[in-house]
Design a binder for this molecule. Structure first.
Ligand SMILES: [Zn+2]
Length: 416
């Protein structure tokens, strides 16, 4: 009962005093029932507030309101054994922040997968107005703080600034920001460019398999590359991270790479995926969707998607020949309408997406038109190069991995 809330305490004293005035017995009863207040039955690991409600900080045994939280916010509570169930408040997980037990109801566990990588802060810090609101990426208000705070800038948008709280990006409207100052938020070197590695097929010599051409990579050679990335402290990033990077909205650590695998063959699940998991790396898989039975994503790809692999489009039915010029890919000579339908259909099978990989690496004026009209924001060719801010996002280069070039070639493409 060390941390009993003062308000409750005051209330008890008041009740006690009043009770003595009228009748002692009742007061005694009220006091003891109050004393054994227990909020255990209101406890849930995840909660939301019923309506806009206050958040509290504990200051010398006093719960002081410092913020307002909105009903759409799911909060994780500290484990049951770390809660003092005899206060009227629950403590939030890993924070000295409290919410009143009577204000919350049970919520579903937070399962949303984190689709961002590690960003570096800009060497600029904002100071907010005396009150400001933290929003999520969709612009929903989460918490309004009744205090002035400073934050290193992690993302620069037109109307908002991205800041990091508990390892998660939140957004503050420009109108809530009082000033921005230079600050030494990090000395870590930021990436000027990022290699996007292009893989195709994996095989295993131990299983008696052979490379059919230069696009086949032996599984042990792939492991050597992942091991090297891991040991040297590289992170693999998602396409969304690359888009922000190219738009100059974020800074990525110098040691950032993207791994992409074309064509969506079975060898990804069999050989590459277990290694990616082992080294805690992620990859973007460009799938040819008409290869899937009943236009349905196979369970193996569903599983990879749920475990951090990113799925994007390598077309529905355009991964075939039939046109003149270039590499002869079908996308070269289809009409706009067919191309758009094909692209949109491919994204519907993976359940969304915004990145395209040109079949056969063929890019034409009409292919670019198809991309724009299908809502594609980034598209990859097979041209050689690294990703830099300001590039044409519909004609992005990559670094092709050849089966026969060893680890030293891989390291060279990372460092050059
Ligand atoms: Zn392909």
């Amino acid at each position: 009962m060390k941390k009993r809330n003062k308000t409750t305490k005051r209330l008890q004293i008041l009740v006690l005093a009043l009770g003595f005035v009228c009748c002692g017995l009742l007061a005694f009863y009220v006091y003891t029932s109050h004393k054994t207040i227990d909020i255990t039955e209101f406890y849930h690991p995840y909660v939301q507030v019923n309506k806009e409600a206050a958040l509290y900080q504990l200051n010398k045994d006093e719960y002081e309101e410092f913020a307002k939280v909105y009903p759409n916010v799911t909060m994780q509570l500290e484990n049951k054994d770390k809660q003092d169930m005899h206060t009227a408040y629950f403590k939030l997980k890993n924070q000295d922040v409290y919410v009143k037990a009577e204000d919350v109801k049970e919520a579903a566990a937070l399962t949303k997968q984190k689709m961002t990588s590690r960003y570096l802060p800009f060497n600029e810090t904002i100071t907010t107005n005396d009150s400001y609101t933290l929003k999520d990426g969709d612009g929903n208000a989460l918490v309004t703080m009744n205090q002035k705070d400073s934050y290193p800038i992690y993302m620069k948008n037109k109307k908002t600034i991205g800041v990091m709280v508990n390892d998660q990006l939140y957004f503050i409207d420009q109108k809530d920001i009082k000033e921005t100052k230079q600050a030494d938020n990090t000395k870590e070197e930021a990436a000027k460019d990022v290699p996007v590695f292009m893989y195709h097929y994996f095989y295993s010599k131990a299983n008696g398999e052979k490379a059919e051409n230069g696009n086949w990579l032996e599984v042990n050679d792939f492991e050597d590359q992942l091991k090297y990335l891991k040991e040297k402290g590289y992170q693999t990033v998602y396409m969304q991270d690359l888009e922000y990077f190219m738009d100059g909205k974020i800074r990525l650590p110098k040691k950032s790479v993207s791994l992409t695998v074309d064509d969506g063959t079975k060898s990804i699940y069999q050989y590459a995926y277990p290694l990616l998991k082992k080294y805690d790396m992620k990859a973007t898989l460009f799938l040819i969707m008409n290869k899937f039975k009943d236009d349905t994503l196979p369970d193996t790809f569903q599983e990879m998607k749920e475990n951090g692999m990113e799925l994007q489009s390598h077309s529905y039915a355009m991964h075939t020949g039939g046109c003149d010029g270039g590499h002869g890919g079908a996308l070269r000579c289809v009409d706009l309408d067919t191309g758009i339908k094909d692209t949109k259909k491919s994204f519907s099978i993976i359940g969304g997406g915004f990145v395209y990989c040109y079949p056969y690496g063929d890019v034409t004026e009409s292919a670019l038109e198809i991309m724009k009209d299908s809502g594609v924001r980034m598209a990859f060719t097979t041209n050689y190069g690294k990703i830099e801010p300001g590039m044409d996002k519909l004609q992005l280069p990559r670094v092709r991995i050849f089966g026969e070039s060893g680890l030293s070639q891989f390291i060279y493409s990372l460092d050059e």
